[in-house]
Design a protein around this ligand. Structure first.
Ligand SMILES: Cc1ncc(COP(=O)(O)O)c(C=O)c1O
Length: 440
């Protein structure tokens, strides 16, 4: 392949996100190319991708069908206004996404990424509660160790201290359920037995603040970025019950768990609990274009749109790039491959091998204090080395140097291979991670 990488004499100008900028610029980890489950770095070494980028590339890198679809779309119609004017592929994409969504989530609002999906969902909730005469419901429930992106709404919902502590312009009225990590569930494969009672926190909030105070409850079915916290048996069901009882909108943030990661189309299908809305992004385009969406129930859509004015805008929210032609083209091509290659069923089948392999690889490593996982997603916790996060950061660098990319958050390493990965790829990534962590 021709080398088309632009040259630069300086790493100065790029202010990197969620990165130790100073340290990175001393010894940068740069990727140059990707194909299948492999990356190649700027020195030409292979780096096997154990986290599907940032959990967004289930079909592997360099899918020609997606690249061609984007190319053709940009030549035909590069941009269409998204307000009061639209284009047919956006409708086709919404129809395809809606077919995958569970229950009556038949209405799809396009955004630019996961963070904008979350902030859009917050505003859809507000519009809905207003439309049904419940605008006095001002509180939003989230959870400790939650990650819902980085816009102001998502930052406010966040349950990760570093992501919120200095950002004081947050949305008021957010209260947090306890997280679901429990000592007694350590080294559990699949859904843990203990912890359904943690969902009682929602009932306690109702008792504390009043039955008509809470607008919505946001949870990730599997808390992903914080280190793959699998929902305890009965936990999501209990949240659903309490939401039903008190008119609270239940939103599943499926930015990571959507599109096959759990072995089903969505986490809500896997765990058989129906939310009122689902936020999604990442795998909606196989990571190839920035795009997110909110799946909205008929009840909520009809309350907002049905009750709106006859000839006026019903929902004053949207983005210049909502349903962008190139993103929609990438998504249509991606969804097509999911269907043709039966990717979700493939993920379900491979998940047994994957989980067994992860547990076998790490269960006896002294520095690994917990292993968890479900579907094609797992995490290892490393024993804290004096200060939380120090060892995880060290492992992030050392694993990359050892030829594997794995996303660490604090001291948790999150393993989420592409859903097209074969057994030999899973073995290779785990081996390369293990070579690093056995030395701690
Ligand atoms: C559950 C969840 N919600 C929201 C987001 C934010 O998505 P984005 O980075 O596309 O804004 C993420 C990103 O990892 C996520 O995992």
């Amino acid at each position: 392949m021709a080398n088309t990488t632009p040259t630069t004499n300086s790493l100065e100008n790029y202010f990197l996100p969620f990165t130790a900028n100073k340290d990175f610029k001393k010894d940068p980890r740069l990727l140059d190319r990707g194909e299948g489950v492999y990356y190649w770095n700027h020195k030409g070494d292979t780096v096997i991708d154990a986290s599907s980028g940032l959990f967004c590339v289930p079909l592997g890198h360099g899918r020609k069908e997606i690249a061609d679809a984007v190319h053709q779309q940009l030549l035909k119609l590069d941009y269409s206004p998204s307000f009061q004017v639209s284009h047919l592929p956006a409708f086709a994409c919404a129809e395809k996404v809606a077919k995958l969504l569970p229950g009556d989530l038949n209405n799809v609002f396009f955004t630019i990424c996961g963070s904008t999906a979350i902030d859009s969902a917050i505003k859809i909730v507000q519009a809905y509660q207003h439309a049904i005469g419940q605008a006095h419901r001002m509180k939003f429930v989230s959870r400790e160790r939650a990650y819902h992106g980085v816009n102001i709404g998502g930052t406010s919902l966040s349950g990760m201290i570093k992501n919120r502590e200095i950002f004081t312009a947050a949305m008021p009225g957010v209260i947090h359920l306890r997280h679901t990590w429990l000592e007694e569930n350590k080294f559990t494969k699949g859904q843990p037995e203990h912890g359904a009672h943690l969902a009682d926190d929602l009932q306690r909030f109702v008792d504390m603040y009043g039955p008509e105070s809470i607008a919505a409850c946001f949870v990730e079915p599997i808390a992903g970025s914080t280190g793959t916290l699998i929902p305890p048996k009965g936990y999501l069901e209990k949240l659903r019950e309490t939401c039903d009882k008190y008119g609270i909108v239940l939103i599943f943030d499926e930015v990571i768990t959507g599109f096959g990661r759990t072995g089903k189309s969505f986490g809500s299908v896997k765990y058989n609990v129906q939310p009122d809305m689902i936020t999604m992004a990442k795998a909606i385009t196989n990571g190839s274009q920035p795009m997110g969406a909110v799946g909205v129930s008929d009840k909520i859509y009809n309350a907002i749109v049905g009750n709106g004015p006859e000839h006026g805008v019903e929902f004053f929210h949207g983005y210049t790039y909502s349903g962008h032609p190139a993103c929609v083209a990438a998504s249509l091509a991606t969804l097509d491959i999911y269907e043709k290659e039966d990717i979700f069923a493939r993920a379900e089948k491979m998940s047994h091998y994957f989980l067994d392999a992860v547990f076998d690889a790490f269960k006896d490593v002294p520095a690994v204090t917990d292993v968890r996982g479900d579907g094609m997603m797992a995490a290892i916790d490393l024993a804290v080395d004096k200060t939380p996060g120090v060892r995880g950061y060290d492992a992030q660098k050392k694993t990359f140097a050892n030829g594997v990319h794995i996303k660490f958050t604090g001291d948790s390493g999150i393993i989420a291979p592409a859903l097209i990965a074969e057994e030999k790829h899973i073995d290779e990534m785990l081996q390369k991670i293990k070579e690093v962590v056995v030395k701690y």
